[in-house]
Write a protein that binds this ligand. Structure first.
Ligand code: ZN
Length: 264
């Protein structure tokens, strides 16, 4: 049987319609059989659900990205999110979290949105795919703040994924203790800092992603990251761990499919 890969976090709703279909087809051709597309607003969450209803490989997340909060989330917005999250093929709450970069939205707005979304995810029994972007990548940075909110809101009840991992080992361990998988992406290919961490963490705690979205700033379209590239992340992780890429594919796919209730 050919190996099967999963991409736990992409932004398919950010592409033009035809392009998103092509991206999905190329991923399917590269044995990426499960793609979870993340919403960032009500509108893109809706679009994720549409895509998930059209492609057997695609499942949807619903959520408001920390960089897209424009004030405290209103009850009407939370109700709309909840309705969307109850749609067929929604398997995660994604994307939510905290962003500590200087130009990110007001911290109190972000925190209220994050807490309310964790509560909704718990009510709907959806695992949380969470973002935590800090001012100094590859350090603990402000991650303890994000983890404190997850703990205070009992996110471990539903579990989840620390997406696009770029922190230190202690943070990875704390995220795992808080019920989350560590999701490696293409930075693993180029950031030696992550190699020792990837070697030490058990495969049982790891999932893979690309966080793919359009990258018009790259001169060549062929260089845009796409879900098919999750194979590169799997290959790198296999090299680092001294195991076969099939073993990495099998373990990370099983981890994700179990988390989201899509048993293989
Ligand atoms: Zn994302």
């Amino acid at each position: 049987m050919p190996m099967v890969l999963c991409d736990c976090h992409v932004h398919l709703a950010s592409y033009e319609a035809q392009e998103s279909y092509d991206v999905i087809r190329r991923a399917e051709g590269a044995n990426v059989k499960t793609i979870i597309t993340a919403g960032t607003t009500l509108e893109t969450s809706r679009r994720c659900i549409e895509l998930a209803s059209s492609f057997t490989s695609v499942y949807a997340g619903v959520g408001i990205h920390p960089n897209r909060v424009r004030g405290f989330l209103k009850d009407s917005e939370l109700e709309a999110l909840e309705r969307l999250a109850r749609s067929p093929r929604v398997v995660v709450w994604s994307e939510t979290g905290m962003d500590y970069l200087p130009n990110a939205p007001n911290r109190q707005w972000q925190e209220q949105a994050f807490r309310e979304q964790i509560r909704l995810a718990r009510r709907l029994r959806l695992p949380l795919v969470w973002h935590s972007q800090v001012t100094e990548p590859n350090t603990a940075g402000q991650h303890p703040e994000t983890l404190r909110i997850l703990r205070e809101e009992h996110a471990e009840e539903v579990g989840g994924v620390m997406h696009y991992f770029q922190a230190d080992e202690a943070t990875a361990r704390r995220a795992i203790d808080a019920g989350s998988f560590i999701s490696f992406a293409k930075p693993l290919l180029r950031q030696p800092h992550q190699w020792a961490i990837a070697q030490k963490l058990p495969l049982a705690n790891i999932v893979l992603e690309t966080d793919a979205s359009p990258q018009p700033y790259k001169p060549s379209r062929a260089d845009w990251t796409e879900p098919k590239d999750v194979a590169l992340v799997a290959q790198k992780l296999a090299e680092l761990k001294g195991v076969s890429v099939e073993e990495v594919a099998e373990a990370t796919s099983r981890n994700l499919l179990r988390l989201v209730g899509l048993h293989s």
